[in-house]
Structures are given as C-alpha cells and as structure tokens.
Design a binder for this molecule. Structure first.
Ligand code: HEC
Length: 156
C-alpha cells in the first residue's frame, strides 16, 4: 500500500514530463519554417548600425548618466538595452567575409551584456546596470576596433 502511494505520483510526474517534452518537440518543429524565413533587411552595415544601434545607444547613454528616479526611467533603460541586445542577434545574420569567429564573439558578448543590463533594469539595481552597460560598450568597441579600424569608439 505504501509503495503504491509513493509510486503513483512518480508515475504521474513521468507521464506529465513525457507529454510536455513531446509537446515541446512538436512546437520546435512548428517553428522551423518560421526560422527559415528570417533574413536581414537589405541595407549595408553602415545603415544598419546607424538605423538599429545609434539611437538606442544615444538614449541609453543619457538614461544611464544617473540612477533613474522612477519606473519610467527604468523602463526606458530596459527598452533600449533590449533593442541593443537583440541587435546582437541580428548581427549574427550579417557575417563579414572574413574573421567570422571574432565577429560572432563580439556580437554574442554584446548581446549577453545587453541581456544582463535588461535584467539589472528589471531589478532596478543601478550598480549592476552600470557594470553591464560598461561591459556591453567594451564589446561594441572591441568589434569597432577590429572591423572598423577603431572608428566609433563609444563612451559610456
Ligand atoms: C560584430 C561587430 C559589431 C558590434 C558587436 C557592434 N558594432 Fe557598431 N559598428 C560595426 C561596424 C562594422 C560599424 C561601421 C559601419 C560602417 O559605417 O560601415 C559600426 C558602426 C557603429 C556606429 C556608427 C554608425 C554611424 O552612423 O556611422 C554606432 C553608433 C555603433 N556602431 C553602435 C554600436 C553599439 C552601441 C554596439 C553595441 C551595443 C555596437 N555598435 C556593436 C560593427 C559592430
């Protein structure tokens, strides 16, 4: 009797996780066609950086100058950090002809630091936000140093 009582919940858990695993796999398969539709909008790298990165960078720089006083200030930081972080993903669709590994690394590092800034913004932790913001700009600049001969070195 005791055995039965302890085995039953375990069986139920296995059944439930098995089901959700299958469902997750089905959902992933559903997403494949959508993924293959992802393609960059045809603009050159200059227009891409100017159009996607410049404005959020400028706004973020102003917003990060002092600790936000209200919810709207934090929301603005999270929004621009998210745009720049997702921009890192988009850079992975615009690989250069050579030095692809470094391009990929800078894009991923800048995306991840941007994600850390979003998280710190959600927690309203200004010390952590500053840390992530500086780290992100270092990754932006690392790419600009290598692929842009040091032009556009961004200041926090
Ligand atoms: C993987 C490489 C790479 C990363 C990462 C990267 N950039 Fe750039 N960025 C470039 C290149 C290449 C250019 C030069 C484009 C051109 O003018 O041809 C550029 C140019 C710029 C410019 C100048 C745009 C203009 O109007 O001339 C700004 C601003 C900029 N990036 C912001 C950022 C910010 C902010 C980040 C980080 C959040 C970032 N970039 C991350 C490659 C990168």
């Amino acid at each position: 009797m005791r055995l039965r009582v302890s085995v039953l919940p375990a069986l139920l858990v296995c059944f439930a996780t098995g089901m959700s695993g299958e469902r997750a796999a089905a959902r992933a398969a559903d997403r494949e066609p959508a993924k293959s539709q992802a393609k960059p909008v045809p603009v050159n790298m200059h227009d891409f950086m100017e159009g996607m990165f410049q404005s959020p960078y400028k706004r973020l720089k102003a917003a990060m100058a002092a600790e936000p006083k209200d919810n709207a200030g934090w929301k603005a930081i999270r929004s621009d950090a998210l745009i720049l972080a997702e921009g890192g993903n988009l850079l992975l669709m615009r690989l250069p002809d050579s030095n692809v590994d470094q391009w990929t690394k800078y894009s991923v590092d800048s995306r991840d630091a941007g994600a850390a800034l979003v998280k710190a913004g959600k927690a309203k932790d200004f010390a952590k936000a500053k840390e992530a913001y500086h780290a992100m700009l270092n990754h932006c600049n690392a790419c600009h140093k290598q692929f842009e001969e040091g032009k556009h070195i961004l200041k926090p």
